[in-house]
Ligand binder design. Structure first.
Ligand code: ASP
Ligand code: MG
Length: 439
């Protein structure tokens, strides 16, 4: 059994839903995880905003747009009047459910219930379409098996047991459809796995059923070894270790949500990134196998701030870093890169919401300087320290670019450079030339 996940753009119109149906119908008895149609979750967020503010005009306006979009999709997607009626009745039930919140006190609990509706609609429409074409597709309600524990983390034991039970009840199916993103929490309320969380759903489901493979289908052409918007010639990366994929997912390679990595990695289930536009292309395979001696890809992340704290008190002292890190922790700001010397430490953050407060607090411990508009360039591949020449190759590529920080040795798979945003293009091009020889 495989898990096949399709994102919002892959189910973004009647035509796209039909194309996905074409891909899944003969692929075997698999579990298909769908996102909401593209734009829908954002629209639902907007609707929730109007409900918070009791803005009836705004609410009605957006609701009528949403209804019109789904009406048109149902009409185009399905052919028989019975199928159209069935789907439309279901969708109307959803719209009146959303409408019912205009009469209620509105809090984050209600908001989450509203956000879940997008996946409920896309999966229902897909199931109707498959059934209309004679396929015994069974819709598995994610709210029956996807659950968060008391810490708000997926409860993997519960998911495994419940999913096995619902699969057993529906053993006669040709294939299964289910919702990504949505779940229930410890209070049995509707909740979700955070924005973009459908990849995470797919990975959790794959781990729960011990799938042969987890496929993440998008309309992007696999993972590339450099940013195609910046570098002219890039090539597809065919294979990555989970750790390499995790680095790249974080560093802006939008193709895979970072949370998707862990469940698959621990359950040792390969993840394959595939392209709905070129379904026969091999895509990118991600697993626990390291390829010795190869540099896989380069990625960049903008809008980084670097903060340097210099203090003579750090010299031969202990506990200094803890104090510094506590300040970041107290503002819920995570640190990405770190470089230390005996008298100072530099860190980077990508969330500058509390930058002023952080600087203020850090000044208690030493002099503080900040560099804004920086960019982390990350080189991913076999960076085991026993290898010779790899880090110097990457360093050499950066020889004409002012580098503010370097981080090497934090993992076996990555070396990161911090440069000015204005130097990003040059850095990516030079790395591409030196590492892949295809700039
Ligand atoms: N529909 C959700 C979102 O837009 C989840 C997903 O697409 O992965 O965030
Ligand atoms: Mg998405």
């Amino acid at each position: 059994m495989k898990v096949m996940k399709f994102g919002g753009t892959s189910v973004g119109s009647a035509q796209r839903i039909q194309a996905v149906a074409g891909l899944i119908k003969d692929a075997g008895k698999n579990i298909v995880v769908l996102s909401a149609m593209s734009g829908t979750t954002n629209t639902l967020v907007e609707i929730a905003g109007y409900l918070y503010n009791r803005n009836t005009e705004g609410f009605k306006d957006v609701m009528s747009g949403l209804k019109a979009k789904y009406r048109a999709t149902v009409d185009e997607l399905l052919s028989t009047p019975e199928a159209k009626k069935k789907a439309w009745d279901y969708l109307q039930g959803i719209f009146s459910y959303i409408n019912s919140f205009t009469r209620e006190y509105f809090s984050t609990t209600e908001e989450k219930a509203i956000l879940a509706q997008g996946e409920l609609m896309s999966t229902y429409m897909m199931t109707c379409y498959l059934q209309e074409t004679g396929i015994n597709a069974v819709l598995l309600p994610a709210l029956e098996f996807m659950k968060l524990d008391i810490n708000g983390e997926p409860d993997q034991d519960y998911i495994r047991t419940r999913l096995a039970a619902v699969l057993k009840e529906n053993d006669n199916a040709d294939l299964y459809i289910t919702q990504g993103f949505i779940c229930t929490n410890i209070k049995d309320e509707i909740d979700n796995l955070q924005r973009g969380g459908s990849d995470y759903s797919a990975s959790l489901i794959g781990a729960a059923v011990d799938a042969e493979e987890i496929q993440i289908w998008t309309d992007i052409d696999g993972m590339h070894n450099n940013d195609p918007r910046v570098v002219d010639k890039t090539s597809a990366v065919r294979h990555l270790h989970f750790e390499e994929a995790a680095e790249l997912a974080y560093f802006g390679a939008k193709i895979l949500h970072p949370t998707c990595i862990q469940p698959a990695k621990y359950a040792n289930i390969p993840v394959r990134l595939l392209n709905t536009m070129q379904p026969d292309a091999p895509g990118t395979l991600i697993d626990n196998v390291s390829e010795r001696g190869s540099i896989k890809a380069v990625a960049a992340k903008d809008n980084i701030a670097a903060i340097k704290i210099k203090s003579s008190r750090m010299l031969l002292a202990y506990g200094f870093l803890r104090k510094v890190f506590e300040i970041f922790e107290s503002y819920q700001t995570s640190i990405d890169m770190i470089a230390t010397s005996e008298v100072g430490v530099s860190v980077t953050i990508d969330n500058t919401k509390h930058l002023n407060e952080i600087i203020h607090d850090l000044k208690k411990y030493g002099s503080v300087t900040v560099d804004l508009d920086m960019c982390i360039i990350c080189v991913v591949g076999d960076m085991d320290w026993s290898n010779l020449g790899f880090e110097s190759k990457a360093m050499d590529a950066m020889k004409d670019i002012p580098v503010r920080m370097v981080s090497f040795g934090g993992s076996n798979y990555n070396i990161s450079f911090l440069v000015k945003e204005e130097d990003k293009k040059r850095a990516l091009q030079s790395l591409s030339k030196c590492l892949f020889d295809n700039a």
